[in-house]
Design a protein around this ligand. Structure first.
Ligand SMILES: NC(=O)c1ccc[n+]([C@@H]2O[C@H](COP(=O)([O-])OP(=O)(O)OC[C@H]3O[C@@H](n4cnc5c(N)ncnc54)[C@H](OP(=O)(O)O)[C@@H]3O)[C@@H](O)[C@H]2O)c1
Length: 331
């Protein structure tokens, strides 16, 4: 029996923000399938995370060719949930995927050639059982491939109907400005940029957010919770069911230093004064930037998604709070 979505899921129109100067609106929180949706993960949990998100008004699900493990399996999992539960709701969903990181052997299995991007997109569509994705990204800039070729492949994906919009991820300010110009010239404007942005990662503030505003490109901040560090998850050690304990490919226990924990404890205290959890304050902080359309979260539990969506009840900061945050981060 397919899931029956909550009838009230669009009750709050304030949950959506326009993506740059495009016609597309995205939810303030989007769900990423980097962790917890692979072939090694529990399917019932993955399904519950997607369906609860959708019931709470989250319409955007972000994937990439290599999400798993094994690589590709998150797209397979998502395709199954889509087919079995959400087939009738495809037009309510924004589904993205990306190409650029290592996917298959040989010289064409990664980076930014036309060969890699277009073959990878076909593979992603086959795994998800879709004729098109809503957003197709170049996952990272390729120093060895002309930017014209990579952007030309994105534009081709859009013109061929296999993607509705084009995006870039992990491009710096200068690369983004050039990519935007090329895509505009090709008649397929850059919809969105996906940078890493959170309280401990401020690089986008040094030029990139200005480029996004100037070019009318939406920003979707990935890892807004620093993979769980900017929550109460690690305040009392490393729980056995946490990412750092059971899947430390990217968040390693040695990253959780006493120095960092000292700042996290102070941020947690400040969040409590605001009447929020640290996760909620961290999401609100990312979304305070007008250039950021959406915060792209991950989750391992339905309760985390519910807590994070409740962050949207208080997105404003007074100047004293912002100053206090800066002084905590400065140590
Ligand atoms: N473009 C790129 O290069 C790139 C790179 C990385 C990620 N991304 C995208 O960004 C998405 C999100 O990345 P991420 O999963 O690292 O994001 P994140 O939101 O920073 O971290 C998610 C993790 O934080 C913990 N968490 C979330 N809400 C919580 C809460 N309320 N209380 C306590 N803990 C909470 C969970 O960890 P536990 O598992 O420990 O419970 C969860 O798995 C990815 O899925 C992907 O779509 C893109």
């Amino acid at each position: 029996m397919p899931h029956q979505p909550a009838p009230q899921r669009y009750a709050n129109p304030a949950l959506y923000r326009r993506c740059g100067r495009s016609g597309l609106q995205l939810p303030l929180l989007s769900l990423g399938l980097w962790h917890n949706f692979g072939g090694v993960d529990d399917f019932a949990t993955s399904r519950a995370l997607i369906l609860r998100s959708f019931d709470l008004g989250i319409t955007h699900f972000d994937l990439a060719n290599n999400y798993g493990p094994p690589p590709g399996s998150a797209e397979t999992t998502f395709g199954k949930i889509l087919r079995e539960d959400l087939a009738a709701h495809r037009d309510e969903l924004i589904i993205s995927t990306k190409a650029g990181y290592l996917m298959w052997d040989g010289p064409y299995g990664e980076w930014g050639s036309r060969k890699n991007l277009l073959a990878s997109l076909d593979q992603s569509l086959a795994r998800m059982g879709l004729p098109y994705v809503d957003i197709f990204y170049s996952h990272r800039p390729d120093p060895a491939t002309p930017l014209e070729e990579t952007m030309g492949a994105l534009a081709h994906a859009v013109r061929s109907g296999k993607a509705l919009y084009a995006g870039v991820s992990n491009y710096n300010a200068e690369q983004t400005a050039r990519a935007a110009q090329i895509l505009r010239d090709l008649g397929t404007p850059c919809l969105i940029h996906q940078p890493k942005y959170h309280l401990f990662e401020r690089t986008p503030e040094r030029g990139l957010l200005d480029v996004l505003t100037r070019e009318g490109i939406g920003g979707i901040a990935f890892c807004p919770l620093a993979q769980g560090l900017l929550t109460n998850r690690y305040l009392a050690g490393i729980p056995a069911d946490s990412r750092a304990a059971h899947d430390p490919r990217f968040l390693k226990p040695e990253h959780i230093t006493e120095e960092k924990l000292g700042k996290i404890r102070k941020l947690d205290a400040l969040a409590k004064v605001r009447g929020q959890s640290l996760a909620q304050m961290s999401l609100a902080w990312v979304l305070r930037q007008p250039a950021i359309t959406s915060a792209l979260i991950g989750a391992s539990k339905v309760s985390q998604i519910e807590e994070n969506v409740a962050a949207l009840n208080n997105l404003t900061f007074n100047p004293a709070e912002l100053t206090a945050i800066e002084s905590i981060l400065a140590g």
